[in-house]
Design a protein around this ligand. Structure first.
Ligand code: CA
Length: 253
């Protein structure tokens, strides 16, 4: 038995392959068939999907590695959707994370409460899949447009998600796939500090059993490639916490 398998990794926890540029969506739905249907359709739309069936599992995943959007069922075993949403809004890392609440018919009066505690949108079951997809895209466009952008830019640094290219001050920066994903992940949320565990999860994938020092090695390579001619380092090391993309990078006078 592997020591890395924790009780938190229930069989219902599922994650797609680490896909560059794909916005990550956490589906929290205890009806297995509906969860599967949503995952299938979201993946077909190009999203990276993780599906959990319990509220307490969702809470754990939100603490470990917040996605770009959450589809949250109202009635869940473990912890209710309402309580998950309330806790998300109370935490800095998930305060503005887009949430679509799913409610069953008959719970409709409750949805007002859902919006009051901070859900961004709600949809009543049964709903059409195309309608939910439209809501997902609409919400991401409105609240997290950087996650749908095909290029990311800061100062003299540009990252092209579709063509896997990075340039700095007009020159091509050659990065390995891991360094590319690291940079992309950091650039998506300038100023946000990611722990080594969060970076391992986001860049290497959930099942990766890799030493956290590996992150330091790849950040080192990334820095070297980005600042080959002694330019300013866009990545900050926060002692005892992790790494972030410097939000002041490219913004100085
Ligand atoms: Ca339910």
């Amino acid at each position: 038995m592997s020591m890395a398998s924790s009780p938190a990794e229930s069989p219902s926890l599922r994650s797609g392959p680490a896909s560059v540029g794909a916005p990550r969506i956490l589906v929290v739905e205890d009806e297995a068939a509906l969860g599967l249907l949503l995952s299938y359709n979201l993946e077909a739309e190009g999203f990276a999907v993780e599906h959990v069936e319990r509220g307490d599992e969702a809470e754990l995943r939100l603490l470990e590695s917040p996605p770009d959007l959450v589809i949250l069922d109202w009635m869940l075993p473990g912890l209710s959707g309402l309580e998950i949403c309330r806790r998300m809004r109370a935490r800095e890392a998930t305060k503005t994370l887009p949430v679509i609440m799913l409610t069953a018919r008959g719970e409709e009066s409750e949805r007002v409460r859902g919006l009051t505690i901070g859900a961004d949108d709600y949809i009543v079951k049964p709903f059409s899949v195309p309608e939910l997809m439209a809501r997902v895209r609409g919400l991401l466009r409105r609240l997290a447009p950087e996650r749908l952008a095909s290029t990311l830019a800061a100062g003299d640094l540009g990252l092209d998600r579709e063509n896997w290219r990075v340039n700095r001050a007009g020159r091509d920066v050659h990065l390995g796939p891991t360094e590319f994903r690291l940079l992309e992940h950091l650039m998506t949320k300038p100023g946000r500090v990611f722990s080594r565990a969060q970076l391992l999860d986001a860049v290497w994938g959930l099942s990766a059993e890799i030493d956290e020092r590996t992150v330091d090695v790849h950040v080192g390579r990334l820095r070297k490639a980005l600042s080959m001619v002694g330019e300013r380092d866009p990545i900050r090391t926060i002692r005892g916490a992790g790494y972030s993309f410097d939000e002041t990078f490219g913004k100085d006078a």
